[in-house]
Write a protein that binds this ligand. Structure first.
Ligand code: PEP
Ligand code: MG
Length: 581
């Protein structure tokens, strides 16, 4: 009988293959008392295991494939830092000395104490750091139990074509497995915003996470189908399902590799309307993919990753160096640098405000609010963006704007910085375009007023939907309400696009909604002319654009605005997507 398990699809694609279960949980951690004459030896055993773990991670870091597009070293460095932190070993050492516990059990006590502290935190990002503690501690535990493992624990050649199932995977595991030719991975834990999920997407490995208790139903070497697009795995699929998935897999792989033919093609609709098709980027290395897919530039450069996995935020020189590196790669194409959007679910450390924990981080001191409160974070970045503007086609974008005061405050700061640069004789683009994200309903409703102050707008649907629907975008339990097709969301989008037209400034969209080709025609019909999407989605959106006729889409898009539910919108969209519109 076929069993289907549902989790979260974090990286698209279908894989069919045998399961390799990585059973590395903590279930069999030995607990015993040692004799007093064994204490010194036990402490040495602990330290040797920590040193071996460090050595393993360094070796992983050296083996990161040169073709990897994301900055994986920083993930691994975070784990190395944790291994160097005395907080992990000092307490375990005390327990060995004073309570005569064995090293494994002493380490487990310290792991439990640290995890409890992280779990009690309201901040979603900090809560996910407990996974890092687990990854690091599990590595040491495995070494303690098996003192001379291979440099890494994933058997090399055996993995080609396998689907890995684990309780959780570290970023280091993920890199190694990609190198070893795995077909996909599934984990029992982990969410959409985990480091491992981000890596899977960037590495192009199909992945499903959050398959609670999957190991109760799956056995080593079972044949399974993993659908990373829909977040499902099928165990013991019958011949018919297998055939359906094999066909889909073949179709999808042909489809995606065939899309490259559109790389140089203009993003123009059937009726001759030119559409600006830009890319969303997170790390300097991702800029290579901008060229691979032929994007017309970068519509959203999320700079949070510059602040990630470090204690101190970057200074002006580091910001500038990074932006110049990126501009160099873009070779004249526009680069929209979004200023720091730290807070809520964002995976960053550097510059994280110390002190009080916020009970509703998504509604709290994040993004522009935090930057205006902490000039030491904001000013070096603004100055660096200004300076970078002398060397390329730079635009500056502000996140999470909710009123005009915030914009006015930033404009005053920028004027002051410009005066400083003038006084120092440092060049910058005096007409640097300044725009903002529209991702708070208040800003969407007043987009006409905001448009009068700025040079461009960009709709951030990820947050706009979260705030319109009053749901936390990282909360599994209310995810079902995350609905891009809700008429309220469409009305807000439509009024922002109108505000842009009336003010004669570009109004783009850079949220995930713009990268889903099922929405492309609806958005064209609503008046969107500038899309900024993940590079992996860019060519499929371009294909849809080239097959669309805006004249035909406008009437249906207007009907969608007056639909009574997203179900009705869905039906209208089906109509739009079925024919040659
Ligand atoms: C958005 O909110 O749609 C957006 C693009 O910003 P982020 O996902 O970085 O919050
Ligand atoms: Mg946002």
């Amino acid at each position: 009988m076929t069993i289907a398990l549902h989790g979260s699809g974090v990286s698209r694609g279908i894989a069919i293959g045998r399961i390799h279960i990585l059973d590395r949980g903590q279930t069999d951690i030995p607990e015993y008392r040692i004799e007093s004459q064994q204490i010194a030896g036990e402490i040495t055993r602990l330290h040797t295991a920590v040193a071996t773990a460090r050595q393993q991670l360094r070796s992983v870091r050296e083996h990161i494939p040169a073709t990897t597009t994301v900055d994986i070293s920083s993930f691994i460095d975070a784990h190395l830092l944790m291994l160097e932190d005395a907080v992990l070993t000092q307490e375990a050492e005390r327990l060995i000395r004073e309570q005569q516990l064995n090293a494994e059990w002493a380490l487990k006590q310290q792991r439990d104490a640290l995890v409890a502290v992280f779990e009690a935190m309201d901040d979603a990002y900090l809560r996910t750091r407990k996974d890092d503690v687990d990854h690091v501690v599990n590595r040491i535990q495995r070494i303690l139990r098996k003192p001379s493992p291979a440099a890494h624990e994933i058997p090399d050649s055996k993995l080609i074509g396998h689907i890995i199932l684990a309780d959780d995977l570290t970023p280091a595991d993920t890199v190694l497995m990609q190198h070893q030719g795995i077909a996909a991975f599934a984990t029992e834990h982990g969410g959409l915003t985990s480091h491992t999920a981000i890596l899977a997407r960037s590495l192009g490995i199909p992945a499903v996470v959050g398959l609670h208790e999957a190991r109760r139903y799956i056995h080593q070497d079972d044949q399974i189908i993993l659908d990373g697009t829909r977040g499902v795995i099928l165990i013991d699929a019958d011949a018919r399902s297998l055939k359906v998935y094999q066909d889909r897999q073949e179709r999808e792989s042909k489809y995606y590799s065939g899309l490259i033919r559109l790389r140089e093609a203009p993003a123009r609709t059937q009726d001759g309307t030119h559409i600006e098709l830009l890319a969303n980027i997170e790390l300097p290395r991702d800029f290579d993919t901008v060229r691979v897919v032929g994007a017309a530039g970068v519509g959203l450069y999320r700079t949070e990753f510059l602040f990630m996995n470090r204690e101190q935020p970057p200074d002006e020189a580091e910001h500038l160096r990074t932006y110049l590196e990126v501009l160099d790669k873009l070779n004249g194409l526009p680069l929209t640098i979004r200023t720091l959007d730290l807070g809520a679910d964002k995976q960053v450390d550097g510059g994280r405000q110390k002190g009080s924990v916020q009970s509703n981080p998504a509604l709290g001191l994040r993004a522009i609010r935090l930057c205006l409160k902490e000039p030491s974070l904001f000013l070096p970045q603004l100055r660096a963006i200004l300076r970078a503007s002398a060397h390329g086609n730079v635009r500056l974008m502000l996140p999470m704007i909710s009123n005009t005061q915030e914009i006015e405050q930033v404009l005053v700061i920028i004027d002051e910085l410009k005066a400083d640069l003038d006084a120092a004789g440092i060049p910058y683009n005096k007409k640097l375009p300044i725009g903002c994200m529209i991702e708070v309903p208040a800003a969407a409703i007043c987009a006409d007023i905001i448009a009068s102050l700025l040079d461009f707008l960009s709709i951030g649907t990820n947050d706009l939907i979260q705030y319109t629907m009053a749901i936390d975008r990282v909360n599994d339990e209310v995810n079902y309400l995350y609905d891009p097709l809700h008429p309220a969301v469409l009305r807000l989008i439509s009024s922002v696009l109108r505000a842009g037209r009336e003010a004669n400034i570009p109004a783009a969209m850079c949220g995930e909604m713009a990268g889903d080709k099922r929405n492309t025609r609806l958005l064209l019909g609503l008046g969107l002319r500038e899309f900024s999407v993940h590079p992996a989605n860019l060519l499929e959106v371009k294909e849809t654009i080239t097959e669309s006729n805006i004249d035909h889409l406008q009437t249906l898009a207007q009907q969608a605005l007056f639909a009574r539910s997203s179900k009705e919108v869905d039906m209208i969209m089906e109509q739009m997507n079925s024919g040659l519109f």
